[in-house]
Design a protein. Structure first.
Length: 301
């Protein structure tokens, strides 16, 4: 089935269905579009819609443009109407329209790239990473290896990103459920790529706890949220600030235990007057050196 572009130029705003979008519209982005359309007197780009066999029109790309038309009270909107469209083709156009043209957050970029990878590998199964016996077979098929372009490389080239950047974003987006992604959109602080990388590596229960903490602002980052969770559940030691004297004593003791005898002799020689004075102070305060465990036995001999 080959997608076909119809010759219609406008569609009724009220007749376009918008269910199942990958991200909600941004009120700020819509307000900016309304201001631009009001100033220029025209909508720069048409929306893309899919006409199903039932005759219903479903939005493919242009959710912000459509919402701007709604808020401006338009009855009709410029549109490109497609027929003979599959669900995957429509979703891929939505993804590419957002990645290429929208001001996406790190979170939404990750979500869209993860979805693009899923669709890409569905349309091009030969591009999936191969393992085991499949990998052994592929090693001998040079023509096949040369003809297959990986998703990360293709997407990196298409959108001007590095291959490594794409892989990190994909891993993060794939780890999140739609519900978790929506929760993070409502977080008090914007979610960063570093936050997403932490989220991508943890277990589902830990991920849910991280998301919950970020949403209400209990943690400043995903790494901080994970540390709090591990400490609370007893999976990581709670770091406590050492007393300055205790910390200095431990540092001195460790340094002394590691030093060779020659270094110890030199240290004592340079600091002997001070050490002698400290020893006198300890004795006057009633301090007694601890005797070796076998001292009594040695004295009896």
């Amino acid at each position: 089935m080959t997608p076909t572009l119809m010759k219609l130029e406008t569609v009724a705003v009220a007749e376009v269905h918008t269910q199942g979008r990958l991200r909600p519209v941004s009120a700020a982005a819509v307000a900016s579009l309304v201001a631009s359309i009001t100033e220029l007197g025209v909508m720069k780009d048409a929306i893309h819609v899919r006409k199903k066999h039932s005759g219903e029109l479903h939005l493919i790309a242009g959710a912000h443009r459509l919402q701007a038309a709604v808020e401006m009270g338009w009855a009709e909107i410029p549109a490109k109407v497609w027929t003979n469209v599959t669900d995957d083709w429509a979703r891929l156009m939505e993804v590419d329209d957002n990645i290429a043209g929208a001001e996406l957050t790190a979170l939404d970029t990750a979500v869209f790239l993860a979805e693009r990878k899923r669709l890409y590998e569905k349309l091009h199964p030969e591009a999936r990473a191969t393992i085991g016996s499949e990998l052994v077979a592929k090693r001998w098929n040079t023509a096949d290896m040369m003809s297959v372009v990986s998703f990360a490389a293709a997407t990196a080239e298409k959108f001007g990103l590095t291959d490594r950047h794409v892989r990190r974003m994909v891993a993060a987006g794939a780890a999140l459920s739609p519900q978790e992604a929506q929760q993070l959109r409502e977080a008090q602080k914007p979610v960063t790529l570093k936050d997403l990388q932490v989220i991508a590596k943890v277990k589902p229960a830990e991920r849910r706890e991280i998301v919950a903490q970020l949403v209400v602002g209990e943690a400043k980052s995903a790494a901080d949220a994970l540390k709090r969770h591990l400490q609370t559940t007893g999976q990581a030691p709670v770091k406590r600030d050492l007393d300055p004297v205790e910390a200095a004593f431990k540092a001195l003791r460790e340094a002394w235990s590691r030093a060779p005898k020659a270094a110890k002799r030199r240290f004592v020689g340079e600091h002997f007057p001070e050490m002698e004075q400290l020893a006198h102070e300890l004795v006057s305060e009633g301090w007694e050196a601890e005797a070796p465990a076998d001292a009594a036995g040695i004295a009896a001999q």
